[in-house]
Design a protein. Structure first.
Length: 403
């Protein structure tokens, strides 16, 4: 499994260009009349659709609707479910609602260990043909020997390991970043080493085993530096960060559960390092870590609310407004991060999918307008540019639904 390559991106771009040439005159006139832009369908390699086991938070159907509303035509769903997809039998319970209700391409992860407990390898052989990759997302693999065994097996199967990197011994009950906000407001903090420590370990193991390794939701400057160095050494590694880590830091926290996610918002220096990593290519893609919860679970303040925010329906407008319109990123670079790079790394085809946006339209983020069952977003009330007009995959309009 090779890391993201320029040629693979070029092939996907050629496919999209060919698709656009086939648009009929009526559709081209519609685009011109609305001053709309057409992009290849976005791809998010890190979402939580909560089904089976937690359908009161989200379902495959509502998650798919939210994704299509945000311009996404392919997503990869994480395995912290009930049952955890750690065997062929349990994976089938995950695949059933995907096949029955998925409006877009929904690709599940298989768990690395049984029950995501980090004690015994899951049935990687039995699941390999029907999962996009393997991950114990939501929990870090604490044992080096277990991660080594997982990498050796994944390398033989030609599958990526996507790691949630978190050292439990360094958490100490923390729930926001161990920075100035935590100190001033009396909150328990999470140190950055809880993230970058396991990344350093895993990069060494990936180099030794030849495993294709992907780091989930990086949030701190040390993680960026470690991954940059590993890439220079030829390690087969890619990584993602989330929109919220690029435009927010802990100086912007409020005493509200909609600002609580894992990893937490770090400080300004970390955000600046992430932005530098975006510019120089250290960070390969942007993934939302869309993690819906019930209103009650997110109403308990920073300390007691569940970790996680929703992101599929705000990602592009936030990034376009805050990074592209400000001149920090080109629009082409943003599309690489949202579409071409994740598809190239994880081998996800374009499937003739595209999304149409009115970039001139201004909107105010109102969670009541979301199609996701989740409503917790730190971007509520933000004025942003970019409204999704249409999302199509395999010749079928999936947003607006019923068109």
């Amino acid at each position: 499994m090779a890391a993201v390559t320029k040629r693979t991106r070029e092939m996907l771009h050629e496919e999209f260009s060919f698709l656009c040439r086939d648009f009929d005159d009526d559709f081209k006139n519609f685009l011109l009349s609305r001053s709309c832009s057409v992009f290849p369908g976005f791809c998010d390699v890190h979402v939580h659709f909560r089904e089976p086991g937690f359908s009161y938070k989200e379902t495959v159907k509502t998650g798919s609707l939210a994704a299509a509303h945000g311009g996404y035509t392919a997503v990869c769903t994480m395995p912290n479910l009930n049952p955890v997809p750690d065997s062929r039998e349990h994976l089938d319970t995950v695949l059933t609602p995907i096949r029955e209700a998925g409006l877009i391409r929904v690709l599940p992860y298989g768990a690395l260990t049984i029950g995501e407990k980090g004690e015994e390898l899951a049935d990687l052989d039995g699941m390999a043909d029907d999962v996009i990759a393997f991950s114990d997302d939501g929990k870090g693999v604490q044992s080096e020997s277990m991660m080594r065994a997982a990498m050796e097996k994944a390398a033989k199967l030609g599958k990526i390991i996507a790691a949630h990197c978190e050292d439990n011994s360094l958490l100490h009950g923390g729930y926001i970043h161990a920075g100035s906000y935590a100190a001033v407001h009396g909150h328990r903090g999470i140190v950055s080493e809880s993230e970058w420590g396991p990344i350093a370990r895993d990069l060494r193991l990936a180099k030794e085993t030849g495993c294709a390794y992907h780091v989930c939701h990086i949030s701190c400057k040390e993680s960026v530096a470690l991954i940059r160095q590993a890439k220079a050494e030829g390690v087969d590694v890619t990584c993602e960060t989330g929109p919220h880590y690029l435009v927010l830091d802990d100086s912007m926290l409020e005493e509200d559960g909609r600002f609580k996610m894992n990893p937490p918002l770090r400080d300004k220096a970390d955000r600046e390092a992430l932005l530098e990593g975006i510019q120089d290519g250290t960070i390969d893609m942007i993934a939302t870590d869309h993690a819906p919860h019930s209103a009650e679970e997110k109403s308990r303040g920073l300390e007691k609310s569940a970790f996680g925010i929703v992101g599929l329906e705000t990602a592009f407008p936030v990034l376009y407004t805050k990074l592209v319109k400000t001149g920090f990123l080109s629009l082409d670079k943003l599309i690489d991060l949202l579409t071409y790079n994740p598809r190239a790394r994880f081998g996800i085809p374009l499937d003739g999918s595209y999304t149409v946006w009115d970039l001139n339209a201004e909107t105010t983020v109102d969670p009541d307008d979301f199609l996701s069952m989740g409503r917790a977003t730190p971007f509520a009330g933000w004025k942003l540019n970019g409204v999704c007009v249409k999302t199509v995959t395999n010749g079928r309009t999936v947003y607006p639904l019923g068109e």
